[in-house]
Ligand binder design. Structure first.
Ligand SMILES: [Zn+2]
Ligand SMILES: [Zn+2]
Length: 436
């Protein structure tokens, strides 16, 4: 993808004071301007990562360094362990027999890292193991340009029975659920708490809304109002989060198109980007009914594998979400959006360009139950919201903008069945971000 904000982003990496240094060298005739030492020449490349994962620090059933090792060994470059309302810090001891991994997970952990790394003790006749904090386990797996751990947390809030879970990435300090007087207020308050920490620390951070359809927690009309929330999960690998929706509820993809249409076409509050994540909790039994690793991820295009680079690239929209399809390039040039797919032999690909036109039919109706009462679910909208504007087969697909579109995004679906899929007939797919 052609980075849209390259100049702004790269300027951050100019070493402080370098300009003065170069001027000094130039004054002494020692330095040619063409050798100016900046990192601007670094080529952007794709980095694969998962921002939503659980460990024994909350309700995941494996040790953080075991989970991180899986991701590192399986082609990922970055990972956030986002435990519920906790950051992995301080002293934490867990009972080997009673924790959700049990003795089997402990044995595997001990075999993998050895007794010099694994810390145990006996207290009141109980065998305890120390859960290593982030600052310690990151040192085992991190490697320059190979693998990065991003500090994270799942801010796990709720309103009455509606779960409101928001992932906080590149945190400095964990944020406790902020609560509030309704769902929109709660989302806004958590977004504001992250913005405040970002302001105070100067550290790029992001907050994304998780699994909107989990517990049918969040509607499109609610999320569209939270303009500070720039990201949500269009794909979450957990088996009980209802991404496809049902007869009453819109799918997460439908929710995305509704929000994009309103924010970009009516409210003028900017886009919302779509992420794919694992939300993995289960690391031992592998099955469609378990929340396993390897289902959804993001591919981020940026020169450097640092948390700051990754977040700024996500904010610039320089990424795509994937459940298996790999893209070689996404480019918008001279009014044409071109998607190049990194193809696998024997697999076919269909690209749908999805968007809403400026003159779309904006009529929408609340969904009612049999008694005629309005349900708190995403409204029904016309087919002109998020319609398929064009379709292409093959490894390259191009869409020429007519100027009538509010936005256009591409969804690529392959003929390859998704392995260990949660949903029936699921195919490996990828989702670009909207162009507008
Ligand atoms: Zn959650
Ligand atoms: Zn989660």
């Amino acid at each position: 993808m052609k980075p849209r904000s390259n100049s702004t982003r790269d300027s951050r990496f100019k070493p402080q004071g370098a300009t003065g240094f170069v001027l000094l060298l130039l004054a002494f005739g020692m330095f040619s301007p063409s050798l100016t030492p900046t990192s601007q020449a670094a080529e952007a490349r794709w980095w694969r990562g998962n921002l939503h994962t659980h460990s024994l620090w909350s309700d995941g059933n494996d040790y953080p360094e075991m989970i991180a090792s899986w991701y590192k060994d399986n082609g990922y470059h970055f990972l956030a362990l986002s435990d519920h309302n906790v950051f992995q810090t301080g002293q934490r001891w867990s009972e080997i027999k009673k924790n959700s991994g049990g003795e089997a997970a402990f044995e595997r952990y001990l075999r993998h890292f050895g007794s010099e790394w694994v810390e145990t003790k006996t207290e009141d006749g109980k065998q305890l193991v120390r859960l290593k904090p982030f600052a310690e386990f990151r040192t085992l797996v991190e490697e320059r340009d190979q693998f990065l751990m991003i500090p994270g947390e799942e801010i796990t809030d709720r309103y009455l029975s509606a779960p409101i879970h928001m992932n906080f990435s590149n945190i400095s300090q964990p944020i406790q659920p902020q609560g509030g007087k309704n769902i929109v207020d709660i989302m806004k308050r958590n977004v504001a708490a992250v913005a405040k920490q970002r302001e105070e620390t100067g550290q790029p951070m992001m907050i994304h809304l998780n699994h909107p359809n989990f517990g049918w927690g969040i509607t499109a009309e609610e999320l569209m109002q939270v303009s500070g929330e720039k990201f949500f999960e269009v794909y979450n690998g957990h088996p009980t989060v209802n991404d496809p929706g049902d007869a009453t509820h819109a799918s997460t993809e439908r929710v995305w198109d509704i929000i994009l249409t309103w924010r970009l076409g009516i409210l003028n509050t900017g886009p919302i980007y779509g992420l794919a994540t694992d939300d993995s909790h289960d690391y031992h039994a592998i099955a469609p009914t378990k929340s396993n690793t390897g289902r959804g991820w993001v591919m981020v295009k940026t020169p450097h594998l640092t948390a700051e680079n990754i977040i700024l690239a996500l904010e610039a929209g320089d990424f795509y979400a994937s459940s298996g399809v790999e893209l070689a390039d996404i480019r918008r040039e001279a009014g044409v959006l071109t998607v190049k797919i990194a193809t696998t032999p024997g697999v076919s690909y269909r690209t749908e360009f999805i968007g809403t036109k400026k003159d779309f039919d904006s009529a929408n109706q609340p969904v009612k139950n049999r008694a005629g009462e309005k349900l708190r679910v995403t409204h029904r909208y016309s087919d002109e919201v998020g319609e398929v504007l064009a379709t292409a087969e093959g490894h390259t697909a191009a869409y020429r903008f007519t100027g009538d579109e509010i936005y256009v995004r591409a969804k690529i679906t392959s003929s390859k069945a998704k392995a260990n899929a949660v949903h029936k007939n699921e195919r490996e797919s990828a989702w670009t971000q909207p162009f507008f």
